[in-house]
Design a protein around this ligand. Structure first.
Ligand code: NAD
Length: 308
């Protein structure tokens, strides 16, 4: 009964998981480690970002990545190519970045223009420099519980969950969404931390009933406010990966997640907001992965708490 009253009044009882603040601490740790590597090994960790075409959202992401890379003391190499760049030219650029010892991480901004084969392009990156963790070798290493480069968004979610719970062992986790970028690697990471994992998707029967079993819900669907408070087990932790642009009452564009924050935060034990939850963790984890790649290349100890 108390739950129903809470839901009706949309009174927030959940702890807010502040991804923006946590991402700041990740960047601080990365920056401290970068300055130590510069002093002790005389090396500047470097991240190369390749953007093909002029997709406005991709341009914003690439700018933001470049700015944050420089802010933590790393070298940023931006390669902007025309939308009609041939596959051969792009592959030649990636080959030169693979061979460049000043480049420790390579990211090819997705989506690529349609005439380019994304799989072929991503798999041409040296897996040791694949800071997005999308290379088939890294996917296989993660799936078999071996040391790999881990996709940034799920890594960010894992860091937030570990920070909130400590151990995740034995918890029931439901990941909604089975994409290669978020859903599947997220499920692998939760399995690696000994959760009992369910991957739900567009064909799942009784999705609300499945989600109601979860101690941890990770929503990565791309449907605005689909997960409502009555799907959430009281006290569960809710990680909202969704970033959806919707028109607000005033006609202004608003960002909302895949979770209906008002109703879910009245039932959950802890919840990430949108914006300010998972979003800021993604670039922070990209920087962490670049640092990890640099440490591995130099055979230095890896930074603690910044990898899976
Ligand atoms: P995607 O479109 O590749 O995958 C969506 C998944 O949701 C699919 O597996 C599909 O089966 C599932 N799905 C679709 N409709 C469903 C339904 N009605 N019920 C249950 N499952 C359903 O998307 P993605 O790349 O995984 O991204 C998901 C969301 O996360 C998007 O909103 C995206 O913008 C956001 N995202 C955020 C970040 C970040 O940095 N925070 C990074 C990547 C993606």
């Amino acid at each position: 009964m108390a739950l129903t009253v809470c839901e009706r009044t949309n009174e927030m009882t959940a702890k807010l998981i502040d991804g923006k603040a946590f991402a700041f601490t990740v960047r601080e740790k990365v920056a401290a480690h970068v300055s130590r590597i510069k002093e002790e090994a005389g090396v500047v960790p470097g991240l190369a970002v390749v953007l093909v075409g002029e997709d406005p959202a991709s341009q914003v992401y690439v700018r933001s990545k470049g700015k944050q890379t420089v802010e933590v003391g790393m070298a940023s190499f931006e390669h902007k190519l025309a939308a009609d760049t041939s596959e051969a030219v792009l592959l030649a650029l990636i080959a030169s970045l693979n061979a460049d010892s000043a480049v420790h991480g390579i990211l090819v901004q997705l989506p690529l223009p349609e005439h380019l084969d994304s799989g072929l392009v991503i798999n041409s990156i040296d897996p040791a420099k694949d800071v997005d963790g999308f290379h088939i070798s890294n996917v296989g290493l993660l799936a078999t519980g071996q040391k790999s480069m881990v996709p940034c968004t799920p890594l960010g979610c894992l860091m937030l969950l570990r920070d909130h719970h400590g151990s995740l062992a034995g918890m029931n986790a439901v990941v909604i969404g089975r994409s290669n970028i978020v859903g599947k690697p997220m499920a692998q990471l939760l399995l690696g931390d000994s959760c009992t994992v369910t991957i739900a998707h567009s064909r799942t029967k009784d999705l609300p009933g499945v989600v109601r079993q979860a101690d941890i819900v990770v929503a990565a669907v791309g449907r605005p406010e689909m997960v409502t408070g009555d799907w959430i087990k009281p006290g569960a932790t809710v990680i909202d990966v969704g970033i959806n642009r919707v028109e607000g009452e005033s006609g202004k564009t608003l960002l909302v997640g895949d979770v209906d924050f008002a109703s879910a935060s009245a039932v959950a034990g802890a919840i990430t907001p949108v914006p300010g939850g998972v979003g800021p963790m993604t670039i922070a984890c990209l920087l962490a992965n670049t640092l990890t790649a640099c440490c591995r290349a130099l055979d230095l100890p890896e930074p603690e708490g910044l990898t899976a």
